[in-house]
Design a protein around this ligand. Sequence first.
Ligand code: COA
Length: 247
Amino acid sequence: MAGLYSLTRVAREVRRDLDAARERDPSAAGVGPLELLATWPGVQALLAHRIASALHGAGIPVLPRVIAYLARVLTGIEIHHAAHVGEGLFIDHGAGVVVGETAVIGDGVTLYQGVTLGGTGFETGKRHPTVQDNVTIGSGAKLLGPIEIGHGAKIGANSVVVRDVPPNSTVVGVPGHPVRIDGRRVEGPDTDWIHLPDPVADAMRTLSTRVAELERMVTELGGTAPPAEAENVHALRPVRGRNPAGG
Ligand SMILES: CC(C)(COP(=O)(O)OP(=O)(O)OC[C@H]1O[C@@H](n2cnc3c(N)ncnc32)[C@H](O)[C@@H]1OP(=O)(O)O)[C@@H](O)C(=O)NCCC(=O)NCCS
C-alpha cells in the first residue's frame, strides 16, 4: 500500500515538473513529455531525484545514493537524495546545480545553471538553505547556510547570499543584499548595493587632475601654449537611475 502511494506521488510530482518546464521554458512550448524526459537535463535530474527520494523515504539503503550519483553523471545536476524538493521545480540548463542534503525547496521554484544551495563549512544538522514557494534563483548564485529565502524572491545571477531574504524581494551582489522589496527600491542610507565604488577610475581621476594642474603650472612658467585638455576619466560602470542611498 505504501509502495503504491509512493508511486502515485512520484507520478504526480513528475507530471508537475513537466508542466513547470513547459510553462517556464519558452523553448519547451509544445514539446511532448517523452521528448522532455529524453532531452531536458533538469527534468531528468528531477525524475531521478523523485525516485531516489521515495526510495530513501522507504528506508532503502545505497540505491538512492547510486541514483543521485548517476543523475549527476548524466546531467551535471547534483541533488542530494535526502533534500526536500517541492512540486513544480524547474531547473533550466542545469549544469553545475548543487542541492545539499538538508536543503528544502518549496513549490514552483526555478533554478538556473550553476546554482548552489550549500553549507558554509563543516557544520552538521540543518546547514543548507530553505527556499520558499515561487522563488527564482539566477545562474551561478550561491546560497549558503541554513538561511530562509522568502516566497516570491528573486536572486540575481552570480549573487552570494548568506543571510535571510525577505519575501517578494530582489537580492543581488556579493554578498547579496535586497535592492527591491515588493517591487519598490530599498531606501535609506547605505542601501545602494548595485553602484559599487570604482577605485580604479577614482585613482585615475585623481592622477588626471594632478597631471592637468602640473601642465598648467609648466605652461605658466614656460610661457608655451597650453596642451589639449586631458581626457576625462569615466567610471567603469555608468550609474543609471536614481541613487537609492541618496548620495
Ligand atoms: C535579479 C533579476 C531576477 C531581476 O530582478 P528584478 O526584480 O526584475 O530587478 P531589476 O531587473 O529591476 O533589477 C534591479 C536592479 O538590480 C540590478 N541587477 C539585476 N540583476 C543583477 C545581478 N545579477 N547582479 C547585479 N545587479 C543586478 C539591475 O541593474 C537593477 O539596477 P538599477 O536599480 O540600477 O536599475 C535578474 O536580473 C537576474 O539576475 N535573473 C537571472 C536570470 C538568469 O540567470 N538567466 C540565465 C539564463 S541562461
